[in-house]
Design a protein around this ligand. Structure first.
Ligand code: NDP
Length: 475
């Protein structure tokens, strides 16, 4: 498709090419402040809402039941369901599980309230009070970035207990998985309901709320953009990062402990999985300020999708491989381990370097180098709902010139490597790569719709310059 806008190329002082548009010829100018989630709900979106609200919560329970009663065989589970012989009971929730779960959440809230000290000790780490992106109403929130500190304190305490204090078993998560899953679901629904009511009755920033009029859609996708309690307790930052992502590496360690207790050793596949996923988790906290510029913070409102997703879906479904390996040990051997490690590292390097290129470029513009050269980019502008016009840029160099979402491609390669750790015995652990593909492809369309609304013809120009979404030459 050819853009109707006239483009001009000029060369800046340092010799790089900058693309600008002749605004007088723009067919459609970017809508002001309209780039958040949808205002109108069509029938397909409505069915999508029903699916996420009523089908997705069944999946973690199904997978748990499959592993506890059907040897992790989804085929056997499906056959039992079909033939009416499914051995199923909702996991019992003990008082101990309730106390442990809510102590965990309270402990993470406490850690999130502490001032960050780590950025004084590690000079290259960006922590402390940091600004987020411009919201659709033109506001810039400030965040207390201390996730790495919270992760470190939690893991130091975890190790101290496992090797010294021995107050509780390191396999505590595996041993209480069913109860924690029930509690996480209840808490996820309660949080989503609270946020819906808060968004309707006492939002933190009224100008950044969206109400489509369709209850199910608003409940699922959220009303408030950045709900907060007080100045610093930010729902999005807290619930996505901690307790969910801090828990990820703790849960994996618990699964490794369980394998050790049951089989007397930890397999190479379990070590590899713990290592690869720990890289991803530590990377998230090391780059927590970068997270402030991702879609979760810049696009999504806080509803069931994020609340339940962070509390119930993430800690259960993202850790499925470890849960599987805890009871189905797999020895990969040196060759397979090396190939999976290589795949995981290549995926991680693409994921991280693509995200860092954009981050570095947005901060330093012409002053940075991408793959040793001055960056090429498209200069663009957009208008927030307060009517203020802002300048922005779309990078065309590096990975952002290879495909428009090559950071997702790297993420998918990494996700595949986690699944491959589980060998070929069952399909259950491969659910993660299927889910990530659906999530990121859907996200890609949502992001492109948002960017088109925000940047108008500037985005069309970028699509012309970089025609591939995920895989050059293919898609
Ligand atoms: P991106 O980090 O790709 O951010 C998208 C935004 O970047 C756009 O909305 C736009 O925002 C800006 N942008 C787009 N193209 C360009 C360009 N060429 N130059 C400069 N800026 C551009 O997407 P996400 O937030 O979805 O994902 C971040 C990372 O998190 C990804 O690597 C993804 O794989 C990962 N992820 C992982 C998940 C998981 O569950 N493991 C879930 C979701 C994401 P604007 O211009 O408004 O600033």
């Amino acid at each position: 498709m050819k853009s109707n806008a006239q483009t001009r190329h000029r060369v800046s002082t340092n010799g790089k090419q900058v693309t600008t548009l002749n605004n007088n010829n723009m067919k459609s100018s970017p809508a002001s402040g309209q780039w958040g989630r949808a205002w109108r709900v069509d029938i397909w979106t409505f069915f999508g809402c029903l699916f996420v609200l009523f089908v997705c919560p069944i999946l973690p329970l199904t997978f748990y039941t499959s592993c506890t009663h059907h040897e992790c065989s989804l085929v056997d589970t499906a056959y039992s369901l079909w033939s009416g012989t499914l051995d199923f009971a909702l996991p019992a929730v003990s008082g101990f599980a309730v106390r442990t779960y809510y102590t965990w959440i309270a402990f993470q809230i406490l850690l999130s309230a502490l001032p960050d000290i780590v950025h004084f000790i590690l000079p290259r780490y960006v922590g402390g009070i940091q600004p987020g992106a411009v919201t659709p109403s033109g506001r810039v929130n400030r965040y207390n970035i201390n996730g790495l500190q919270a992760w470190l304190i939690t893991h130091i305490l975890w190790a101290a207990n496992a090797f010294y204090f021995k107050l509780f078993s390191p396999s505590i998560v595996f041993n209480n998985m069913g109860a924690f899953m029930v509690l996480a679901n209840i808490t996820g629904y309660c949080l989503a309901t609270f946020c819906y009511i808060k968004g309707r009755l006492f939002p933190t920033h009224e100008n950044d709320c969206k109400i489509s009029g369709n209850f199910l859609y608003d409940y699922l996708m959220g009303v408030e953009f950045n709900p907060r309690i007080g100045c610093w307790f930010d729902f999005k930052l807290f619930f996505n990062g901690r307790p969910g992502i801090v828990a990820w590496s703790i849960i994996n360690l618990s699964f490794a402990s369980r394998q050790y207790e049951t089989f007397g050793h930890v397999t190479d596949s379990m070590i590899l999985l713990n290592f690869l996923q720990a890289i991803y988790v530590i990377d998230f906290f090391w780059n927590e300020t970068w997270y402030l510029k991702t879609m979760d913070i810049c696009h999504d409102h806080f509803g069931f999708y994020l609340a339940w997703g962070d509390l119930a879906w993430l800690p259960i479904m993202y850790t499925l491989q470890g849960f599987y390996l805890a009871s189905h040990p797999v020895e990969l051997g040196i060759l397979k381990s090396s190939l999976i490690l290589l795949l995981g590292l290549v995926g991680y390097v693409i994921f991280r370097s693509a995200n860092s290129q954009k981050d570095k470029f947005r901060k330093k513009k012409d002053k940075c180098k991408i793959w040793g050269k001055s960056p090429e980019y498209i200069e663009c502008s957009y208008t927030s709902s307060d009517g203020v016009r802002h300048q922005s840029t779309l990078l065309v160099s590096g990975w952002w010139g290879v495909a428009r979402h090559f950071n997702y491609t790297g993420d998918l390669l990494g996700s595949l490597s986690y699944c491959l750790c589980c060998g070929g015995g069952h399909i259950l652990p491969y659910f993660y790569i299927v889910f990530m593909t659906v999530l990121l492809v859907h996200r890609l369309y949502r992001d492109e719709h948002r960017c088109k609304c925000k940047y108008g013809e500037y985005w069309t120009l970028y699509v012309q310059r970089v025609p591939w979404r995920l895989i050059p030459g293919l898609y």
